[in-house]
Design a protein around this ligand. Structure first.
Ligand code: NAP
Length: 277
């Protein structure tokens, strides 16, 4: 087989060493016996466009994009999907045969697929969701919850203006709640989502009181370091179904792998173990 037929992909970031994408993608390459490679690429912001334009010529079929390039790639790509436009950021690039670059965002897909897999009894139209945060990842959460048919989203963020902005963009199903009052909304929620960075290793703890959690509520956290955040622990203590954030990371990687390597990979225990290794 000619070298040119071996597909290459990678993750572009700055820094990039923290990314678990190489473990996940290489695990799938091995599992499905695909002759391909997936590598981490440290790229400084000023070099981003040159690198992206060069990669297809070097045999790359696509790439993931992480901090701080998720917004900048939208300006470089030749085509941006509606999803990525809605989210204002892209995490997956597809290099097409004509040399053009397509930018997509799979975070919303990853979030909702993880939720359905981890909480199969959760019904989107079963009641209001309480979402904490209003940053980049929260946008993906809101978009996917609206699309799934959640009737009401109670949104709370430290900086209220950012939540107000999301309400403007996503419409009246969003109800903005002051950050200091977020705990009062917990008892009405059938889904609680932490989309802030609070609770992550090295960050402050999430202090929104969770004593109102109903057993029927599903609790999920986007933070996955640690896997068992205080929120996930509070959910377990209240007898709720809990869904940790690692699954979102795994599921958001699926569409890219399928597009680049032609095989839809499964997210299973072996994939989780590979990501944690
Ligand atoms: P981001 O755009 O920087 O947003 C950070 C969010 O956290 C904002 O809502 C911010 O509120 C809030 N926040 C930060 N410090 C706070 C504090 N001291 N008190 C109250 N709120 C605070 O980050 P992001 O990209 O949305 O990511 C958010 C989290 O999701 C991160 O932990 C990230 O690792 C995780 N994530 C996980 C996945 C996954 O696959 N599981 C995917 C994407 C992201 P303000 O608006 O007031 O600053």
């Amino acid at each position: 087989m000619s070298d040119r037929k071996i597909p290459l992909a990678g993750v572009i970031g700055c820094p990039v060493a923290h990314s678990r994408s190489p473990q996940i993608q290489n695990h799938w390459l091995k599992t499905y016996e695909i002759a391909g490679y997936y590598v981490p690429m440290h790229v400084e912001p000023q070099d981003l466009e040159t690198v992206i334009r060069s990669l297809p010529k070097a045999g790359f079929v696509g790439a993931n994009v992480t901090i701080p390039h998720k917004e900048a790639v939208m300006q470089i790509a030749d085509k941006v999907t509606d999803r990525a436009t809605l989210m204002g950021a892209a995490n997956t690039l597809i290099f097409r045969e004509d040399g053009s670059v397509l930018a997509d965002n799979t975070d919303g897909y990853g979030f909702i697929t993880n939720l359905h897999q981890g909480a199969p009894d959760w019904k989107p139209n079963g009641g209001p969701a309480l979402v904490l945060g209003a940053g980049g990842a929260c946008r993906a959460v809101i978009a996917s919850l609206v699309e799934a048919g959640v009737p009401e989203i109670m949104l709370s963020n430290r900086t209220r203006e950012r939540a107000d902005q999301l309400r403007k963009e996503f419409g009246k199903r969003i109800q903005v709640i002051d950050w200091v009052k977020a705990g009062n909304a917990v008892e009405d929620a059938s889904l609680v989502v932490n989309a802030t960075s609070l609770g992550m290793e090295g960050k402050r703890p999430l202090r929104v009181p969770m004593d109102g959690l109903q057993t029927s509520c599903v609790v999920t956290d986007l933070v996955y370091t640690p896997l068992k955040t205080d929120l996930i622990q509070a959910g377990e203590d209240a007898g709720c179904t809990v869904v940790d954030g690692l699954g979102m990371l795994l599921h958001q990687a699926v569409p890219g792998f399928e597009r680049w390597f032609g095989q839809r990979p499964k997210v299973d225990e072996a994939t989780r173990a590979a990501a944690l290794a």
